[in-house]
Design a protein around this ligand. Structure first.
Ligand code: ADE
Ligand code: ZN
Length: 341
């Protein structure tokens, strides 16, 4: 039996995608199309050659390609097309709600306006809400290899747009190269965002140690941890995650492609789920890692022998861990309870 055999059941489960970088959904075909449209030269002769380059040794080797790929995004329509393509794909996988990260610094550093980035992404998300019935929130993510001052400036640039995007922009995140860029580096910008009533998430414990997860919780006051798989290095932290039901947005195919785990069979997702950690399954950068959300669930079902009840629990966790209002959570959880395994 192959992983694909699990797909129909997985797609039937209403679920939320909580760890997704919109720039990581840019498929090679669209990248070439946008490069052509914008007169930008790509250092690959074909879609196939570009896809063949997607072999990574670690997070940094991926980030180098990912930031280069994002250089084709210039206009409002580029951000719209990329986002709409993702929303259609997510809809096929049974996603009913998304909380999408975007990296404004990747674009503003190239002279693309903050307003352009927001406008294109938001137009697609609002259209997807109307046409596909998928709700979305946006998490503005800071690049942690840059300074805190740069993050502060980015937040300042975005704040005048807040009212216009109040239906979408709910929080902030922290991504990019983890090692050597600990959570503490961003303590002040997180405190400011918290004061402003923004929700707080942060990548931690992907390549970095369990200590980064603890400091993301204690120093940044993150409400949810992106990845967090290295928490297992510290049993006391693990117990805390269970006691406080801190959500971890785990991305199994990403972890495999970035060599965070040698094989999917050795991934700790099932172990954490069975211990009562509030783990969720997500796709991170699906255009680069070879699978959207349902494929992430299916690959884990296959490699980790997840039961249908456990796949349901992962979908339930995704709703519980979302920033949706309680009434919406209740509605989706009721729908999940009606599905027979
Ligand atoms: N940006 C996009 N994907 C990322 C990941 N997996 N870790 C850190 N930063 C990222
Ligand atoms: Zn990520």
């Amino acid at each position: 039996m192959t992983a694909d055999h699990h797909l129909p059941f997985i797609r039937s489960l209403p679920k939320a995608e909580l760890h997704l970088h919109i720039e990581g959904t840019l498929e090679p075909e669209l990248m070439f199309e946008l490069a052509r449209r914008n007169g930008i030269a790509l250092p690959y002769c074909s879609v196939e050659a570009l896809r063949a380059a997607y072999r990574f040794d670690d997070l940094q080797s991926f980030l180098d390609l990912y930031y280069a790929g994002a250089s084709v995004l210039l206009t409002e329509s580029d951000f719209y097309d990329m986002t709409m393509a993702y929303m259609r794909r997510a809809h096929e996988d049974g996603v009913v709600h998304t909380e999408i990260m975007f990296d404004p610094q990747t674009h503003t550093a190239r002279g693309v306006g903050m307003a352009t980035v927001f406008a294109g992404i938001a137009r697609a998300l609002r259209e997807a809400r109307e046409e596909l019935g998928i709700t979305s929130y946006l998490l503005l993510s800071f690049l942690r290899h840059l300074s805190e001052e740069d993050a502060q400036h980015t937040l300042t640039q975005a704040l005048p747009l807040r009212e216009h995007y109040a239906d979408l922009w709910v929080g902030i995140g922290l991504d990019s190269a983890e090692r050597g860029n600990p959570p503490e580096k961003f303590a002040r910008v997180y405190a400011r965002a918290c004061e402003l009533g923004l929700r707080l998430v942060a990548h931690a414990g992907e390549e970095g140690p369990a200590d980064y997860v603890r400091n993301a919780l204690d120093v940044l006051k993150a409400e949810r941890i992106d990845h967090g798989v290295n928490s297992e290095q510290d049993p006391a932290l693990m117990q805390r995650l269970i006691d406080e039901q801190v959500p971890l947005t785990v991305c199994p195919l990403s972890n495999l492609k970035l060599c965070v785990v040698p094989t999917l069979n050795e991934h700790n997702l099932a172990r954490m789920l069975r211990q009562g950690v509030l783990v969720t399954v997500n796709s991170d950068d699906p255009a680069y890692f070879g699978g959207y959300i349902a494929q992430n669930y299916a690959a884990c079902a296959q490699a980790l022998e997840l039961e249908r009840e456990e796949l349901m629990q992962l979908a339930r966790n995704s709703i519980v861990a979302s920033f949706l209002p309680d009434a919406d959570k209740h509605r989706w959880l009721t729908r999940l309870d009606e599905i027979t395994v």
